[in-house]
Design a protein. Structure first.
Length: 265
């Protein structure tokens, strides 16, 4: 990932990022020795298509968010690579923390993997506002701190593991997107302005790759919305409504753009 400009932020060195990453992975691996695979619903994995939903959501994280983050011309390669790092570390950590907070034990099933990817989406939303001003070490700290707060908010405040949750939010509007956006804004405020503001600009190539990421997010958005719902009429309704909403909103966006941008598309 070598390039003329720093991967992120103003420093060209990674500091304690390497040792910190190895230590975190070692601790997570040790914690997973206490894990129990919940195979009670294993026979329904294929019939419920939960693996297909997982693949769709994972593609959104690695490819959708990864290429969406290339919108800044100087940080595209680092943004894609560190999106992968955030996702891998974040899914592991979120499975661990959310399982203990919500279930009291580390019981892992396919829904745990899906929820881990949902949790990482909040971090990646925050990351979008921090590209160019945050180092890999700070990204590691951000991932751990934000996911701890995310899981606590989901389990203890919004009561998503109780029989009567405080809110029904299958698309993660409040639990994921609003949380990630405001956490990112707070982090931006704390870190301040980037050291080299001139690099905070796009180019034709960065816009093109960012559009590729947008298309991947668009394609798999129905999986994100309905993947955690139980198979049946509710899940099918969510899929149909999401696809129709995506189609209509895209047409309206293309139609409104020239009206609001002096005839330019």
């Amino acid at each position: 990932m070598a390039m003329d400009q720093p991967l992120l932020g103003g420093s060209t060195t990674t500091g304690i990022f390497g040792p910190m990453g190895l230590l975190l992975q070692a601790l997570i691996t040790a914690a997973f020795f206490n894990a129990r695979l919940d195979l009670s619903a294993a026979k329904d994995t294929d019939s419920s298509s939960i693996y297909n939903y997982y693949v769709g959501v994972a593609l959104m994280m690695f490819v959708g968010f990864g290429y969406l983050m290339t919108f800044l011309k100087a940080y595209g390669l680092g943004a894609v690579g560190l999106t992968m790092f955030i996702t891998c570390l974040g899914v592991e950590y979120a499975i661990l923390v959310e399982s203990y907070m919500g279930k009291g034990a580390l019981d892992i099933d396919f829904l745990s993997l899906l929820n881990g990817n949902f949790a990482v989406a909040a971090v990646l939303i925050s990351f979008g506002g921090l590209i160019g001003k945050i180092s890999p070490t700070q990204i590691t700290v951000l991932t751990v701190v934000e996911l701890t707060c995310y899981c606590a908010n989901k389990v203890f405040f919004l009561k998503q593991y109780e029989d009567s949750p405080l809110i029904a939010d299958c698309g993660g509007t409040i639990i994921i997107h609003v949380f990630g956006a405001y956490f990112g804004l707070c982090a931006c405020k704390v870190l301040g302005a980037p050291k080299n503001d001139a690099l905070n600009a796009s180019s034709y190539t960065s816009d093109l790759f960012s559009l590729v990421g947008t298309v991947f997010l668009w394609l798999f958005w129905p999986s994100f919305v309905s993947g955690a719902l139980p198979a049946g009429s509710g899940q099918t309704t969510a899929l149909i409504n999401t696809v129709l909403a995506l189609l209509a909103s895209t047409v309206v966006t293309f139609a409104l753009t020239p009206l609001m941008e002096n005839g330019k598309l």
